[in-house]
Design a protein around this ligand. Structure first.
Ligand SMILES: [Zn+2]
Length: 413
């Protein structure tokens, strides 16, 4: 039996049947959220008698939702058994889609990867073929794992751009007016699907499993091909009305007339982003500056990764110079974000974060210079600890969180 069945509404409509179902759900949710417990602890926390909880626990044991971890050791008298969630009773699928690759991971309910594949070759295009290829790659990945598809509670797909997670529409990629994208993908995969903005999922991954300790007010910067922020306030992801919050990269900052990918001019991304770094690099070479990176005939294929790598691996002075100039500017405009949100922690994530000090130091110095002293004093600056896995881990965390709060939007199974 899939855990999803247990977390769904009960088929038994009688009052006693409903109460029994809720008790079973509460035991599973309690073990999931705060870990192992004895029957006495469950009884006290869920305000149920020991015989009632014992009966429910025995049922859940028989159905393989939970496991007996053995007797606890540090108790006097009769030693009670400790119960834990069965790690194999449910799985979550996380998918991160980039412009030229995608990553997929499958985690068990204890957030342990049973399978993960990073950087699978895939070109994201706004075509039906690209969408079908995308679904095909996910299906192949799932088929290659030893996990029964029925045991996968749901999948979360991270896409960049405007995502309305509640309605399941993606407005920048694979947009269809007639049908929400989650529904189309859900049909192809045979799984409940949730769409999430990539930066928001990365922020949540970092909050749950990454560099965030106790902090509850966090800004996560996704500094990559594009630029966006994920906002966590009082421990919750902030979505805004329709889920379009965090589009920091499309703030009108510069009077430079440069056309942005969003169609407007002068956005932050036009001077601070992976794609603008590529343009700045080409421009510098045209002006006669020297670099170890040689542009081939088709300089259109140049990726920001190459320039990042140039700084990191070869300490190429042009690469370092351009990146540190961008990062100083980034710090300057991030100071606005600090002044507005007064966060406890600012996490630098995305492709640029692997540069460490090359990016963090100019950002830190600009933050000190441009943000209000009291606000700056409150904030810690850290580099993402999940790196390239942030998106996949975040996607798995989002599905799990939504399942625990039973607000999953797509169910076709
Ligand atoms: Zn823009």
């Amino acid at each position: 039996m899939s855990l999803k069945d247990l977390l769904d509404l009960s088929n038994d409509s009688s009052l006693s049947g409903q109460k029994w179902h809720v008790l079973r759900q509460s035991i599973v949710k309690r073990l999931l959220s705060t870990g192992n417990a004895t029957i006495a602890e469950l009884g006290a926390e869920l305000q149920s008698s020991v015989p009632t909880v014992t009966k429910a626990v025995n049922e859940l044991l028989t159905e393989d939702y939970i496991v007996d971890m053995g007797k606890i050791t540090n108790s006097g008298g009769r030693r009670p058994s400790l119960y834990s969630i069965n790690p194999t009773c449910a799985y979550f699928l996380g998918i991160e889609v980039g412009r030229s690759s995608m990553s997929i991971g499958l985690q068990n309910i204890k957030s342990e990867f049973v399978s993960i594949e990073l950087g699978i070759s895939f070109i994201l295009e706004n075509t039906q073929d690209s969408l079908l290829e995308f679904c095909h790659l996910i299906n192949s990945f799932v088929d290659d794992t030893a996990v029964d598809r029925q045991m996968i509670v749901g999948a979360c797909i991270n896409l960049s751009g405007r995502i309305n997670s509640m309605e399941g529409f993606s407005y920048n990629f694979f947009f269809s007016e007639n049908r929400p994208l989650y529904e189309i993908i859900s049909e192809q995969l045979g799984l409940p699907v949730r769409l999430e903005n990539d930066t928001r999922a990365m922020a949540f991954g970092e909050y749950r499993k990454g560099v965030v300790d106790e902090e509850q007010n966090v800004i996560y910067l996704n500094y990559g091909w594009g630029v966006a922020i994920g906002i966590i306030t009082d421990g919750n992801l902030y979505y805004g009305k329709s889920g379009y919050s965090g589009e920091f990269g499309h703030s009108n900052i510069f009077d430079n007339g440069i056309l942005c990918q969003c169609g407007k001019t002068g956005c932050l991304e036009t001077e601070i982003s992976g794609w603008s770094l590529v343009n700045q690099f080409k421009e510098a070479i045209k002006e006669g500056k020297q670099s170890k990176i040689v542009l081939d005939e088709n300089s259109n294929s140049l990726q920001h990764y190459t320039i990042i790598n140039g700084a990191l691996q070869y300490e190429d002075s042009l690469c370092v110079e351009l990146i540190s100039k961008q990062s100083e500017k980034m710090g300057r405009y991030l100071s606005m974000i600090l002044n507005i949100f007064n966060p406890e922690l600012l996490v630098i994530g995305g492709d640029f974060s692997i540069l460490g000090g090359y990016v963090l130091l100019p950002i830190q110095s600009a933050l000190k210079k441009y943000s209000l002293g009291l606000v700056n004093r409150d904030v810690k600056l850290k580099k993402s600890s999940l790196g390239l896995r942030a998106g996949v881990i975040g996607a798995c965390c989002v599905v799990k969180e939504k399942m625990l709060h039973s607000v999953f939007i797509a169910t076709n199974s």
